[in-house]
Design a protein around this ligand. Structure first.
Ligand SMILES: NC(=O)c1ccc[n+]([C@@H]2O[C@H](COP(=O)([O-])OP(=O)(O)OC[C@H]3O[C@@H](n4cnc5c(N)ncnc54)[C@H](OP(=O)(O)O)[C@@H]3O)[C@@H](O)[C@H]2O)c1
Length: 348
């Protein structure tokens, strides 16, 4: 079985020293309004008329927690999936750790809020894996509870050895996510890739999966994924990419572009380390030129402005962070000069 997402020595830069800097947070994001302040027509607009019964039952906290931003959001930028031309908004949502929570309402309410706000702001790609504990089940339950399946582009993974075990695991994922067909099935960390891609080609012909792909999250993984797309046809690759982890730029990203493969960037904040390291650092003045009000937005704009990139999938358990991240998918993107300046300001 391949390693999980823990840091492997020598595979990425170590941000732990930077992370020890003092923590004051320099960006200010509007907090969610209290649910009691919601007017009936706002609730109807947010959750759809079906969310309220004629008797106007009391909303549970899980239903009432998220609210619309004060100003109407700008539409997110989109990128085509090269295989079909289908458009995907450039900011997606990861679920590693964040969605691995208990079934009780208190644990799930923040994620319910995140998922509904993500869909309300035009987000589509939701990424999970059987490796992420209860994440698939939580995402599936919340999508079902709020009628979000049709609005989202649901991606998960297969992470096991053997054809029969792979089929069993993928069927379990489709059931947990209540997504049949599933939009994207990825071979997680290249575990038994040839076997699962063979199964998935059959699944695609049978209409059980719309797109197939492979994932990794390390520098060595980038080279292995590059070798794979030289010989195999896949619709998507998912790889780590951020200002702190740029190995994919060398060969993999140009190759993906040349081969017409969609690219999902995982770990756009290097698992959160980048943002922790930047807490005490003022935003560079050029952030205003890009309409960015936080480091998170600058880091995400750096990622999605790469010409090979299709979607970045930051994970968050907080609505205010979700809004911050989605804002990066709107407005102006940096050119190569500004991308260089972002990287220099963040990790130079
Ligand atoms: N091999 C693979 O296939 C693979 C490997 C790694 C990751 N992935 C996928 O990629 C996704 C993203 O990677 P990741 O979760 O490792 O790391 P990440 O997205 O780089 O960072 C997530 C961390 O950043 C924090 N965060 C998010 N938005 C923020 C904001 N606006 N301001 C401040 N903090 C913010 C989150 O905390 P809060 O909850 O406090 O916001 C969380 O701790 C995963 O969830 C998973 O779906 C796949």
């Amino acid at each position: 079985m391949a390693a999980n997402h823990a840091l492997l020595p020598g595979t990425r830069r170590d941000f732990s020293a930077l992370a020890r800097r003092p923590p004051p947070n320099l960006f200010v994001i509007p907090s969610a309004m209290h649910p009691i302040a919601l007017k009936r027509r706002e609730v109807l607009r947010l959750f759809g008329a079906a969310a309220l019964t004629a008797s106007t039952r009391r909303l549970t906290s899980a239903e009432a927690s998220p609210v619309a931003p004060a100003t109407p959001p700008k539409p997110m930028l989109t990128r085509p999936i090269p295989a079909t031309g289908e458009q995907l908004p450039v900011i997606g949502l990861g679920t590693w750790q964040t969605f691995d929570v208990d079934a009780d309402e208190a644990s799930r309410a923040p994620l319910s809020a995140v998922l509904r706000e993500f869909a309300a702001l035009g987000g589509k790609l939701l990424d999970s894996s059987p490796m992420y504990g209860r994440s698939e089940e939580v995402a599936g339950d919340l999508m079902a509870a709020h009628g979000l399946r049709e609005k989202l582009f649901v991606a998960t993974k297969v992470w096991i050895n053997g054809r029969a075990a792979g089929i069993e695991q993928m069927n379990a994922s489709l059931q947990k996510l209540r997504a049949r067909p599933i939009d994207l099935m990825q071979v997680h960390n290249l575990v038994d890739t040839a076997t699962h891609l063979d199964t998935l080609r059959g699944w695609k012909r049978d209409g059980l999966v719309r797109y197939l792909g492979v994932t990794h999250y390390t520098a060595s993984g980038a080279e292995a994924v590059a070798k794979l797309i030289e010989r195999e046809a896949v619709d998507f690759i998912q790889i780590n990419y951020s200002v702190g982890e740029r190995d994919a730029e060398q060969r993999l990203l140009p190759l993906a572009r040349e081969r017409g493969v969609a690219v999902i960037a995982n770990r756009p904040f290097a698992g959160g380390e980048l943002l922790r390291s930047l807490r005490a650092k003022p935003l560079p003045t050029f952030a205003a030129e890009l309409g960015c009000t936080s480091w998170a937005q600058l880091l995400l704009k750096f990622v999605i402005a790469h010409p090979a990139m299709t979607v970045a999938i930051p994970a968050t358990s907080k609505v205010e962070h979700l809004r911050d991240n989605v804002a990066a998918g709107t407005g102006r993107l940096p050119d190569e000069t500004l991308r260089t300046r972002i990287a220099a300001a963040a990790v130079g």
